[in-house]
Design a protein around this ligand. Structure first.
Ligand code: ZN
Length: 216
């Protein structure tokens, strides 16, 4: 069964036990986001551990993208989206280095399914994303987080390039823009994605992150 069929009713990933650091950070992140200042909301809270902060936010973005893509799954079909793309210039072939050692050309829904299933398997792996108190993060943690962010970006890129009119018709564009803006501020703050990987949404990134001129 595909990832999205199995998750038709959205359930937040990973229920962190109360009292853990990540649980506290999740509550903190929700509170700061409520203030509406996304740029401030991405900053590592003073005195907190970077890996814990990356972990909490990785899970959060995964859940957001899961929900956003979930609204258009009926329209992102193997017939309409024969390949995973972000506009005419960018095409992605799935390769996870494990199940698929060489890049394989699959439809966008298949690609997103592989991608989200792969991310979920990373989040569920206690050796990578420990949820218990006192269990350390692996040395490779930050490089895994970067790969997760690089791949999650492609789902935003596909939604914007292939399905934006549908998102508008569903009245979801403010939600999508806020989520993506938050994602980009986070990526920029912790340098999680190479600039060339962001190219398919360059202009949008410029527009969304532009400082508003000061009021006189
Ligand atoms: Zn599509």
């Amino acid at each position: 069964m595909s990832f999205f069929k199995a998750n038709k009713t959205f359930k937040p990933k990973k229920n962190l036990p109360e009292g853990t650091k990540q649980y506290q950070l999740k509550k903190y992140a929700e509170a700061t986001l409520g203030s509406g200042n996304l740029k401030a909301a991405v900053l590592l809270p003073e005195g907190e551990d970077l890996n814990e902060w990356l972990a909490v936010n990785t899970v959060d973005f995964f859940n957001q993208i899961n929900m956003l893509y979930g609204t258009i799954t009926d329209f992102c079909t193997a017939q309409d989206c024969v390949v995973m793309s972000a506009g005419p210039k960018y095409e992605y072939h799935w390769c996870d280095g494990v199940q698929f050692k060489k890049p394989v050309k699959v439809s966008a829904p298949e690609y997103v399914d592989y991608l989200m299933t792969w991310v979920q398997s990373q989040l569920d792996d206690e050796a990578i994303f420990p949820s218990k108190i006192g269990v350390p993060f692996p040395k490779t943690f930050q490089s895994i987080v970067k790969t997760i962010f690089k791949r999650l970006f492609r789902v935003y890129a596909h939604i914007y390039h292939a399905h934006f009119p549908r998102i508008v018709a569903l009245g979801e564009e403010a939600h999508l823009n806020t989520s993506f803006k938050h994602f980009i501020f986070f990526v920029q703050e912790f340098q999680l994605i190479d600039k060339k990987e962001l190219a398919p949404l360059d202009e949008l990134i410029q527009t969304l992150t532009m400082e508003k001129p000061a009021q006189h």
